[in-house]
Design a protein around this ligand. Structure first.
Ligand code: PCA
Length: 255
C-alpha cells in the first residue's frame, strides 16, 4: 500500500455507526473474541465545524479492514484481539455518554478514541484530560460552553492509562511522526477523554484508555499518510495491550 498522503482520499470501507448494533460488523469473525483474547474499543468522530469528513473515521475504518484481513501488528502480538469500531457525534451532551455506554456494553480491555486536530503535523498521543469545556466554535448540536466543567466537582485532570511512551518509541521507530501532548484542548475531544477516564475510574473498570489526535490526513502536503496513522494506532494498541507498566524514558515538554 502506498505511503503517500494523497492515497488517503476517497476510500470506501466498513461504515461506522453510532448505534451499538453497528459497532461490530455482523458476520465478521471479529464479533466474538476467542476465550482469553483481548478486545479494543476504537472510536472515531463525525465531521464538525462545516467539514465534510473527519480523518478519524478513515483511520478507524482502515484499522477495522486490516483487522478483518488479519494484517494488524496487534493481531500478531496478541492473537485473537478483536477491534470494535464505533462512531461518536461531535456533541458535548452525548459523545462521552455514548462512549461510556459502549464501554459498559463491550467491557473492552482497551479504549482508544481518535479525533482530528487540524494544523497538527504529528500523531499526537494525549496524556491528560482536563475537567474543562471551553468551545471556540459551537458543537454539532449548537452548544458552545464557556469555562464549564465536564463533570461537576470532578477532579481537575485525569491521565491517560495507555502505554504512551512505549508506543511513542515504537511508532517513531516505524518512521511515523509522533509526539506526546499535554493538552487535548477544551473542545469535544478533551470532553470525551475526560469523561471516558472518569467513567472507568468511578465504575472501577480496569480497561486502559486514552486519546489520539490526528492531523488532517487528507490535507495537501500532510506529513502523515492515512496508512501511517493506521500503523501508529495499531502500534499504540500493540504496546498498550502488554501487561506492563509504561516505559519511564524521559520525554516531557519544557514548554
Ligand atoms: N476533533 C475535535 C472534536 C472532534 C474532532 O475530531 C476536538 O479536537 O475536540
Amino acid at each position: 500500500m502506498s505511503n503517500t498522503a494523497s492515497s488517503c482520499a476517497g476510500r470506501e470501507g466498513p461504515s461506522l455507526s453510532r448505534r451499538p448494533s453497528g459497532a461490530s460488523r455482523p458476520g465478521s469473525e471479529q464479533d466474538s473474541p476467542a476465550a482469553g483474547a483481548s478486545s479494543v474499543l476504537l472510536s472515531a468522530f463525525e465531521p464538525f465545524g462545516g467539514a465534510n469528513h473527519n480523518p478519524s473515521q478513515d483511520v478507524v475504518e482502515e484499522l477495522a479492514r486490516r483487522a478483518d484481513r488479519g494484517e494488524l501488528t496487534a493481531q500478531s502480538e496478541h492473537p485473537g484481539v478483536v477491534i470494535i469500531p464505533v462512531l461518536l457525534p461531535v456533541e458535548f451532551s452525548t459523545a462521552g455518554q455514548l462512549l461510556s455506554t459502549f464501554i459498559d456494553m463491550y467491557s473492552p480491555d482497551l479504549v482508544i478514541s481518535l479525533g482530528l486536530a487540524a494544523g497538527t503535523e504529528t500523531i499526537r498521543l494525549e496524556r491528560v484530560g482536563l475537567n474543562l469545556r471551553d468551545a471556540r466554535i459551537p458543537d454539532n448540536a449548537g452548544a458552545q460552553p464557556a469555562d464549564e466543567p465536564v463533570i461537576a466537582h470532578g477532579e481537575t485532570a485525569l491521565f491517560s492509562t495507555l502505554r504512551l511512551k512505549a508506543a511513542r518509541e515504537r511508532i517513531a521507530a516505524s518512521g511515523v511522526p509522533v509526539s506526546l501532548s499535554l493538552s487535548a484542548g477544551s473542545y469535544v475531544c478533551n470532553d470525551v477523554l475526560y469523561t471516558l477516564l472518569h467513567h472507568l475510574r468511578t465504575q472501577k473498570l480496569s480497561s486502559s484508555a486514552g486519546f489520539v489526535h490526528l492531523p488532517d490526513l487528507r490535507a495537501p502536503g500532510c506529513p502523515v499518510s492515512m496508512e501511517q496513522a493506521a500503523k501508529a494506532v495499531d502500534l499504540l494498541i500493540t504496546e498498550s495491550l502488554k501487561p506492563l507498566p509504561d516505559t519511564a524514558t524521559p520525554g516531557g515538554a519544557l514548554h
